[in-house]
Design a binder for this molecule. Structure first.
Ligand SMILES: C[S@@+](CC[C@H](N)C(=O)[O-])C[C@H]1O[C@@H](n2cnc3c(N)ncnc32)[C@H](O)[C@@H]1O
Length: 222
């Protein structure tokens, strides 16, 4: 059986099992985010849009971030974010909640759910501290444009799907430019790039060389 739910309803339902679920993209992001941001996390203020259960906030705090805050529109996901400073917000709407300027503004597996990138990216650019970076980790366009998207299967076998909008490289790049952000670096993340843990068979199903995630590190035009 398969259900198609709204994005917040789907994540409310996924929340309790999300952190322990064997999702290949989440596995890749678990290794990519700290590996790429270790050098900038120490002493940094971090803000994450779509922070979910707060697992990236926890990882960046463990790397020495002095402040980590996030927002999400799924109350169920935020319920699992423990002691992290979080608030409820739909990132496709203008950000009105006061936020401390951040050295690292993160989107991780979240922009696939935003049909338009302009509002979230404009909010990210606005709360960026001088010299700060916006870091984006998303399903690689090679895969998202062929239908790979967030979904999960409940213990009784019910598959839950939700709206997702595959963004091409040109869609990303044009949206970055409109937000006044330029690409400092861009890289692909493949299973063979995970150096610090054994890679589960499910993550290797498309081969060790297949890019699963794309990472963009952006800076504001000074
Ligand atoms: C795949 S989860 C990723 C969570 C977290 N970033 C991580 O890496 O574990 C996607 C998250 O984005 C959130 N999300 C999706 N669309 C959103 C929106 N418009 N505003 C705020 N949060 C959103 C969902 O509720 C969910 O928690």
């Amino acid at each position: 059986m398969s259900h198609f739910l709204s994005v917040p309803d789907a994540y409310d339902r996924w929340a309790a099992s999300y952190d322990g679920y064997d999702n290949p993209m989440v596995f890749m992001a678990t290794h990519a985010v700290p590996a790429s941001l270790a050098a900038v996390a120490h002493g940094a203020g971090v803000f994450e849009f779509g922070c979910g259960t707060g697992r990236n906030l926890a990882a960046l705090t463990a790397l020495g971030a002095h402040e980590a805050e996030g927002c999400d529109f799924s109350g169920g996901m935020l319920h699992h974010a423990g002691s992290h400073r979080t608030f409820r917000h739909d990132m496709t709407q203008p950000l009105t909640h006061p936020v401390t300027p951040a050295d690292v503004v993160l989107f991780c597996l979240t922009l696939e759910h935003a049909e338009q990138l302009d509002v979230p990216l404009a909010s990210a650019a606005r709360i960026l501290a001088p010299g700060g970076r916006v870091a984006i980790f998303e399903i690689h366009p090679f895969l998202s444009q062929r239908g790979a998207a967030a979904h999960f299967v409940e213990p009784d076998g019910t598959e839950i799907r939700m709206p997702a909008y595959p963004h091409s490289f040109s869609t990303f790049l044009n949206a970055f430019a409109r937000a006044g952000l330029h690409v400092e670096s861009c890289r692909k993340w493949r299973p063979c790039d995970v150096a610090d843990a054994p890679v589960p068979a499910k993550v290797l199903k498309r081969g060790a060389q297949m890019p699963l995630l794309v990472e963009f590190i952006l800076k504001k035009h000074e």
